[in-house]
Design a protein around this ligand. Structure first.
Ligand SMILES: [Zn+2]
Length: 815
């Protein structure tokens, strides 16, 4: 799964790395339950009362008792109205609790005894199954019904055993209005016309899956099909979005080739469907053979050329899950990193193979920075049962786990690494796994013992924190390096045993020395022919770590200009932002911002110049605003918004906002105008709101910019664009900006409160976060009421908790 990108960014902004969520109800289980029975096949027939957002279901489940004396069967079932239950064709007694359906057997079953359950039920699911429907305000909204099972939500629309430590074959039968299409797991067996204006679609998945990976998508979608090695590829999007299919999914076949070939395990399912839905409560979800994606990430054909990697990150992530997560599934949520770490690793692997190794190195460099910024993750091991529903999906199981798999690859070398993964997949195909299964498979396949590596990185917490000092001894002509591991035992982080390379350069050239660090304190000495010009600790940034290493700025300047790898130059660019009043540092950053061969280093140099924010830093950024890559120009233009003191920038940015060849750069110029509060900004932004652009990218940029501009004249514009009926992305930006305006204006707070029950998930979360940041205590009551409405497991709950925590922590601004 990928979490909703935009919302995660917002949450991260608000939370500053502090643990924030206090869940009271129905946290997902860290331990897999002991099972009384094995769910072997599930055949679900769903039909929908669309108008009432209700589902009617009939599910047939084949089970086998796993022990003697099983007198009743407990199924997970939340708020479903159970109408009848039969066992082997005979009516059966049953009872329900708020979380389960308990079916009594006539007589206790013996181990291995099989039964067939038939359950008829109905419900109006609050989770698990979602309706997105047209309305009077939104007549053009395509009707959609879709499911999201992870983590434990399938039980909101099917009564069943619903935890990853079981697998079942499945059939999904969907009766829907005749003009709809459906997508589900496996193979489409048949589509039948019914007599009442509906059609019934029958999908069958013969590969066993864990029930959080069941999927049903139905609605007014448009589908394009293709095939790859005899497997059906489906691409489905809401009607009206057809032109985005090609630019969004263009690399699907190449990714399938790459992953199948490198793993030596062909894509394991009979189809690969990718369906984008509106208002998806996740960023993407790897349902077996039928990934669900969000329309947020579809690529507009007119924006494809200025999009760096399109939607490849999410698409490769969910595709990698088809092996890691679906073919081989974590046994419990404590081992979720085995799903998400590999999905993250293969995002970067695709980027490395398709876009180049610098791109992948930079992606890891950014992941490392993000992980290090979340201090609370440091004391939590990768494999942990100490989580709640929101921390379960935090940065350890994504960024850190991806890093750990990268380091494993580095230790083993490509051949052994992929041989180990092959063994892991083959030995555990169709089964549920824990970390030890990966450990064992690697040793079986390569005879390389990785126990210590797993102890340090998987079962232990944190990462090495190094303090490094260097000295140059002119008498012995040597560079001395003193290295201390300063991570603390109270963070559950022990000493790490890490190999790395040290690079030392003098005027005659650079040399690289391999070292191994395993003790609390170690000293190293390297011969040199002259004073060092550069000393790089962990060349190429191959180890996840933090480093305190105070270097002479001259060494950083040299490293930025001459470092061989992208991470080493990016490190230098970042470190130089802390070097004040140093013309050489400024010149080096200015040079890198314009001329570094890799765009990511140019971006880091621009950002560092932006942090310096001196008058001398502005010129090089203005030059960088002419970069050939739109995503570099975008950062440069955005960063110019820091230079509020320069009156000439307003006209310059106004010009960029109307004339740059890339829409994303034009949108960035609008935001920069708002941030620097340029005198003409209001008029430029108001005009941009009414302009035409693909996906409304300029309008959304302008709406967003009204926030920092903080001009009360924007209130009616933002109110208009936040209203139901406008595009959801514009509404989100308008709501975010409204929250920042005129914080004493209670009418704005009331407008934001009115969106708490909006039909769109993205709008609800935008208004919750806007209210949280606004500081108006009058919002506490309604937010609390929403959280306590009995739906505390709803997808909005983490956002509500964040907003409430912020509001309660702040001094009130209005009553
Ligand atoms: Zn994922």
């Amino acid at each position: 799964m990928v979490r909703v990108g935009r919302a995660v960014v917002l949450l991260a902004l608000f939370t500053c790395g502090v643990s924030i969520f206090a869940w009271s109800a129905l946290a997902d289980e860290p331990y897999a339950p002991s099972r009384d029975y094995d769910l072997q096949d599930i055949r679900t027939h769903l039909s929908f009362d669309v108008e009432h957002r209700a589902v009617k279901g009939e599910v047939t489940e084949s089970i086998a008792a796993l022990r003697d004396g099983v007198a009743s069967l407990t199924l997970d079932s939340i708020e479903l109205k159970i109408e009848s239950v039969s066992v082997d064709g005979k009516a059966a007694r049953f009872s329900t609790t708020p979380k389960s359906l308990i079916i009594s057997l006539d007589r206790p079953a013996g181990r291995g005894e099989r039964h067939e359950l038939l359950i008829r039920y109905s419900g109006e699911p609050k989770r698990g199954l979602y309706f997105v429907l047209p309305s009077q305000s939104e007549p053009g909204q395509p009707a959609e019904v879709w499911t999201q099972g992870e983590a434990e939500d399938t039980r909101y629309y099917i009564p069943l055993y619903d935890y990853p430590n079981d697998r079942t074959t499945s059939e999904m039968i969907l009766t829907v209005p005749a003009k709809w299409i459906t997508v589900s797991n496996g193979t489409l067996v048949s589509v039948k016309d019914d007599t009442d204006g509906t059609k019934t679609w029958d999908w069958k998945e013969t590969g066993p899956l864990s029930t959080y990976l069941l999927s049903a998508v139905a609605g007014d979608f448009v589908e394009r099909d293709d095939s790859w090695r005899g497997i059906t590829l489906r691409f489905a999007v809401p009607r009206g979005e057809e032109s985005k299919i090609e630019p969004t999914f263009a690399h699907t076949k190449e990714m399938l080739d790459l992953f199948s070939n490198v793993l030596g395990v062909p894509y394991p399912w009979q189809q690969y469907a990718q369906t984008a839905v509106d208002d998806f409560v996740a960023g993407g979800m790897e349902n077996t053979s039928a990934t669900t994606l969000s329309v947020r990430d579809l690529i507009h054909p007119q924006l494809a050329a200025e999009s760096r990697v399109g939607d490849d990150v999410v698409i490769s992530h969910e595709m990698a899950h088809q092996w890691f997560g679906d073919l081989v599934t974590c046994k419990d949520w404590a081992n979720l990193w085995l799903n998400e770490g590999f999905a993250t690793f293969f995002e970067h692997f695709w980027v490395e193979k398709h876009y180049g190794v610098d791109e992948a190195d930079y992606a890891y460099w950014l992941d490392q920075r993000r992980w290090l910024a979340q201090r609370r993750l440091f004391s939590v091991p990768l494999e942990t049962r100490d989580f709640d529903d929101s921390t379960k999906y935090d940065g350890n199981v994504y960024g850190k786990a991806g890093w750990i798999i990268r380091m494993l690859r580095e230790r083993l070398g490509d051949e052994n690494f992929f041989r180990g993964l092959h063994q892991y997949l083959v030995a555990n195909a169709g089964q549920n796994v824990v970390a030890a299964d990966l450990q064992k498979a690697i040793e079986q396949a390569t005879s390389i013992n990785v126990d210590r590596f797993f102890d340090e990185w998987v079962y232990g917490a944190g990462a090495p924190q190094f303090h490094v000092d260097y000295t140059y001894d002119s008498a012995t002509k040597s560079v001395g390096l003193d290295v201390t591991q300063i991570q603390k035992p109270e963070d559950h982080a022990g000493l790490f045993d890490v190999p790395m390379e040290i690079e030392v350069a003098t005027a005659s050239g650079a040399r690289t020395y391999p070292i191994e660090i395993s003790k609390a304190t170690q000293s190293f000495e390297f011969p040199v022919d002259a004073p060092p010009l550069m000393v790089v600790f962990d060349k190429g940034d191959k180890i996840l770590k933090s480093v305190e290493f105070r270097k002479d700025p001259a060494l950083l300047v040299y490293q930025l200009a001459h470092g061989e790898t992208t991470p080493d130059r990016a490190d230098a660019a970042f470190a130089l932002s802390a070097v004040k009043d140093n013309p050489a540092a400024l010149a080096a950053l200015g040079d890198a911002a314009q001329h570094d061969p890799f765009w990511g280093v140019r971006v880091e140099a621009i950002r560092s110049l932006g942090r310096l924010a001196t008058a001398e830093a502005e010129g090089p950024i203005e030059m960088a605003a002419n970069d050939s890559k739109p995503w570099v120009r975008e950062v440069a233009v955005r960063t110019l918004g820091n230079f509020k003191q320069d009156p000439s920038l307003g006209p310059r940015l106004t010009n960029i906002a109307s004339s740059d060849s890339a829409y994303r750069v034009r949108a960035a110029a609008l935001v920069a105008l708002g941030e620097m509060k340029a005198p003409n900004a209001f008029d430029v932004l108001a005009a941009a709101v009414n302009s035409d652009s693909p996906d409304g990218i300029l309008r959304d940029g302008a709406l967003d910019a009204f926030g920092p501009l903080d001009d009360p004249r924007a209130v009616p514009i933002l109110t208009e664009w936040s209203a139901l009926g406008k595009p959801v992305s514009s509404r989100q930006d308008a709501i975010g900006a409204l929250g920042e305006l005129d914080k004493k204006n209670s009418a704005i707070t009331q407008t934001l409160l009115s969106y708490l029950h909006d039909p769109h998930f993205d709008v609800r979360t935008a208004s919750i976060l806007a209210l949280g940041g606004r500081g108006d205590a009058s919002a506490i009551g309604p937010l609390q009421a929403m959280r306590d409405s009995g739906d505390s497991t709803m997808p909005e709950a983490p956002y509500l908790n964040t907003a409430l925590r912020l509001l309660k922590a702040q001094p009130t601004t209005t009553k």
